[in-house]
Design a protein around this ligand. Structure first.
Ligand SMILES: Cc1ncc(COP(=O)(O)O)c(C=O)c1O
Length: 390
């Protein structure tokens, strides 16, 4: 028997797509990769000169540990939240190295081993890994598409019932990855009615493409009665995944918030993970927010338009995108999503993600809209060609 925990167990065998991709890369095949969500690979965000200049700070040589991070940085995030009409005091803001780490801390705060968390499906695949590493199980509730994405209220009720009282929180991703759908105001009420703490991943909140009238500003809107944790961070909002800084805004009934903060401080104190480099630079980094986000939004819109135009009158269709960085394309059901991905890779040197990674039903593939425009346009042309050859 191996001396390892159950929670670190995974099937580490690469799947057919990973094997085919590995072999193409090993042979040096030039690929049209439409899957990267890493802005630093796609020529977006800060130049290295601009970043080096901004990161210099006279207080860098000094360190005073603080479980929730530097007060000055928490105050910056508190101010920044006002853009969404949200008011959360710096005392109720916890800094972590990443949103992933914030999930881990919240699962530690809210769940004992064997407890469950309700999560949207389709959604962000890493949730499953993060939960498994904390011995937490996930129970999906469905988001369904009928020209627009909606939470299925019946599936929400069923998911809660299926937890047999072990559900300790509900996760929402606003806007969701990869569906790009924002939580609508009435949907937030549905979540709030479950009387569970809400963990709201709002890392893509700055990237709305459409009219936002029906959207909730944030799940923090449910904080009058529910404990709400709003997650965001620099990896998406400032295109700086390498700086490792994220924040969780904690709101809700005051007594619950006080206890949550006390316990989270205890958890965070064991790690003290966010770097002072990013925290000290935060005011200057945030000054550039509009500039860097403007470039991303322009690219996402251009690529969305290229995709919609390129696949018009084809056998594929593009689902509506309200925000975020991804597009979902429904392909003809003549083969599975994985078989499509393998065929596109083999025959067109085109890399797209199969929908099953995200629990998307049917034959759907996911494309990153932050891909460089020239690569994206060539990829769409190849996809269109492949569809014509059917
Ligand atoms: C919905 C969602 N949440 C969180 C993250 C990761 O954020 P972080 O880099 O802060 O861990 C991602 C990354 O793609 C994401 O898609």
């Amino acid at each position: 028997m191996q001396p390892f925990s159950q929670r670190s167990h995974r099937d580490f065998t690469p799947n057919a797509l990973a094997r085919a991709l590995g072999s193409a890369r090993a042979k040096g095949v030039c690929l049209l990769d439409l899957t990267s969500g890493n802005p630093t690979e796609q020529g977006l965000g800060f130049s290295s000169e601009a970043l080096s200049a901004v990161l210099e700070h006279p207080e860098l040589a000094f360190y005073a540990p603080s479980p929730f991070g530097l007060y000055s940085a928490r105050a910056c995030f508190s101010d920044d939240l006002r853009r969404f009409g949200l008011s959360v005091q710096p005392e109720q803001i916890m800094l972590t190295a990443s949103t992933s780490e914030a999930y881990a801390m919240l699962f530690k705060l809210l769940c004992d081993p064997g407890d469950a968390v309700l999560v949207p499906s389709p959604s962000y695949p890493l949730l499953e890994v993060l939960a498994a590493l904390e011995n937490v199980s996930l129970i999906p509730y469905t988001i369904a598409y009928d020209g627009e994405w909606h939470i299925d209220p019946e599936s929400l009720r069923r998911a809660n019932a299926a937890s047999l009282g072990r559900a300790r929180a509900i996760v929402t991703v606003h806007p969701n990855n990869p569906t790009g759908s924002f939580l609508k105001r009435h949907e937030l009420s549905l979540l709030a009615a479950l009387n569970l703490p809400i963990i709201s991943d709002e890392v893509f909140a700055d990237y709305a493409l459409d009219n936002t009238r029906k959207h909730a500003a944030s799940a923090l809107g449910a904080a009058q009665h529910n404990l709400v944790f709003r997650l965001s961070g620099l990896s998406k909002s400032l295109l700086l995944p390498q700086l490792k800084l994220a924040f969780t805004a904690i709101a809700g009934p005051p007594e619950l918030v006080r206890s949550a903060c006390e316990r989270l401080e205890h958890i965070a104190d064991a790690y003290l993970s966010p770097s002072n480099v990013a925290q000290l630079a935060l005011p200057r980094l945030l000054n550039e927010r509009e500039l860097v986000q403007r470039d991303v939004l322009a690219r996402v819109r251009n690529n969305r338009d290229t995709l919609t135009r390129g696949l018009a009158n084809s056998a594929a269709s593009v689902l509506r995108i309200e925000g975020g960085w991804y597009a979902i394309v429904v392909l003809p059901a003549v083969k599975s999503d994985e078989a499509w991905c393998l065929a596109l890779l083999r025959e067109r040197k085109l890399v797209v993600q199969p929908g099953y990674f995200f629990d998307l039903p049917g034959t759907q593939v996911v494309l990153s809209l932050i891909t460089r425009e020239s690569v994206f346009a060539e990829g769409v042309a190849q996809l269109r060609d492949a569809l014509q050859g059917l």
